[in-house]
Design a protein around this ligand. Structure first.
Ligand SMILES: Cc1cc2nc3c(=O)[nH]c(=O)nc-3n(C[C@H](O)[C@H](O)[C@H](O)COP(=O)(O)OP(=O)(O)OC[C@H]3O[C@@H](n4cnc5c(N)ncnc54)[C@H](O)[C@@H]3O)c2cc1C
Length: 433
């Protein structure tokens, strides 16, 4: 007789695994979620902005009880060089009214709360347990081995939500070993400040309203990456994420880069006088659409970071994890109805994802990693030109405006040449079609 301890085993209690387990438990499925950390969230790091929409569909109005820090009402994008920043962004009352757009969170608190909801819904959670291997019989995944004595567990289906390294997806041959050009190293510092200091420095009225600043430009010295500052209630999260291959090639220590960001004249006044509370680092899968593996095989599906589902352009990952976890669970429910957990049946999971923002967004940016690899100057020369042009325009020095615009036009021609400019615009348009 077929061995079976549970209907479904979910590996990893991050947003992907918890979402999958929640949908399953709510549907009355006998589901276990296995987490290697002391508690869900204890090992998890994020910038961290959590998006409401996919989660609200699971637990309506979740933010009213979840441990969120501030809802974000303003999102800024800064181009930095060594002495300046050029700012764009959006501040809107539409994001300052319920149901809100996104929130700053600490994953250690948020995941723990989410896990409690999953357990209340009927799932079994076991912490401090590492899944070491899939159990495969007759070519089908039928369970997992854990590091506990007599720790083998059997189920109809295993959902791997075990994060970026996904040992499970790799050991089943679904995912190749990650290469350093497909992952970024994110380092983050939490800096304590009072609510009033944060409100004043970021121009918000209360400790519920928050701001994000994403930073790119010549300060990254041509490396592919991003810096950020997010407001929490009593602290700021400041960090950078840079493709590991670039860090190695440029022989740069990410901590040095973060220190240099912190001392930037536009950044320093925001963090000044703050006290370091925490320092964290984690890897981010940034290979994009072309690095996404086949996400299913017989009795097995992969969700979230384990399937490389991160949209690095828009710093989205947690929402892709939630959506993929939900769809993996819904696919299981259909498979259970049909009594068929075969690869053919579970392939519907990837089909469903193709129809959502998750794979549509990633597909839209599919050529971006190669484009940036080929044309590194897009990350340095154009941003620097924009900063210089804006500095020229805003400097009142007796030079008439028509002369300033003429100078900027000449500068554009000298630095790039009209032919190269036209080619770059055409290439970007073609790659993003
Ligand atoms: C520095 C940084 C900043 C980021 N900023 C943002 C942001 O602002 N907004 C955003 O949306 N996304 C952000 N992301 C991305 C986001 O964190 C991820 O996309 C998201 O956490 C993916 O969720 P997940 O559940 O797939 O994986 P994870 O959150 O990584 O969860 C995987 C879980 O599996 C457990 N696990 C792993 N292996 C095993 C095993 N063998 N056995 C048992 N348990 C196991 C882990 O302990 C963990 O709890 C950021 C990421 C980083 C690193």
């Amino acid at each position: 007789m077929k061995k079976k301890d549970f209907d479904v085993i979910v590996v990893g209690a991050g947003p992907a695994g918890l979402s999958a387990a929640y949908v399953l438990a709510k549907a009355g499925v006998d589901v276990i979620i296995i987490e290697r950390g002391k508690f869900p969230g204890s090992k998890n790091v994020m910038g961290g902005i959590f998006y409401r929409e996919p989660m609200d569909d699971l637990i309506p109005d979740f933010y009213k009880e979840a441990p969120v820090e501030r809802h974000i009402i303003e999102q800024r994008m800064w181009l930095l060089d060594d002495v300046s920043h050029f700012s764009m962004g959006i501040k809107t009352q539409k994001h300052n009214s319920e149901p809100y757009n996104c929130f700053s969170v600490f994953r250690a608190h948020f995941d723990k709360w989410f896990a409690k909801k999953v357990v209340e819904a009927g799932a079994l959670l076991i912490n401090e347990t590492v899944v070491t291997d899939p159990i495969v019989e007759d070519g089908k995944v039928v369970g997992v081995k854990t590091d506990r004595p007599q720790g083998d567990l059997y189920a109809d289906c295993v959902i791997a939500a075990d994060g970026v390294q996904s040992f499970l997806a790799r050991s089943l041959g679904l995912r190749k070993k990650i290469t350093p050009d497909k992952v970024a190293l994110g380092v983050k510092e939490v800096i304590g400040l009072s609510e009033e200091q944060i409100n004043d420095r970021f121009g918000v009225k209360s400790d519920d309203e928050g701001v994000t600043i994403e930073m790119t430009g010549p300060f990254l010295k041509g490396m592919e990456g991003m810096g950020w500052i997010y407001t929490n209630k009593n602290s700021l999260s400041i960090g950078i994420g840079v493709i590991i291959d670039d860090l190695v090639k440029h022989n740069v220590n990410p901590n040095d880069l973060l220190e240099s960001l912190k001392s930037h004249p536009s950044v320093l006044p925001l963090i000044e006088g703050g006290e370091t509370k925490e320092y964290l680092a984690h890897v981010i899968p940034e290979g994009g659409y072309k690095s996404i593996p086949k996400m299913y095989t017989d009795g097995f599906m992969v969700a979230g970071d384990a399937a490389m589902l991160v949209d690095s352009v828009h710093r989205e990952g947690s929402n892709l994890a939630v959506e993929s976890g939900k769809l993996a669970a819904r696919t299981y429910l259909e498979a259970r109805e049909a009594g068929d957990f075969s690869e053919r049946m579970l392939s519907k999971y990837q089909e469903k994802l193709e129809d959502t923002f998750v794979l549509k967004d990633l597909k839209f940016y599919r050529n971006l990693p190669e484009l940036l690899e080929e044309k590194r100057y897009l990350l340095t020369e154009y941003p620097q030109f924009i900063i210089d042009a804006m500095t020229e325009i805003y400097t009142v020095d007796g030079v008439p405006k028509p002369d300033k615009f003429k100078k900027i036009k000449e500068e554009l021609k000298d630095r790039f040449g009209y032919v190269r400019l036209a080619k770059d615009i055409y290439t970007i348009w073609r790659k993003l079609r």
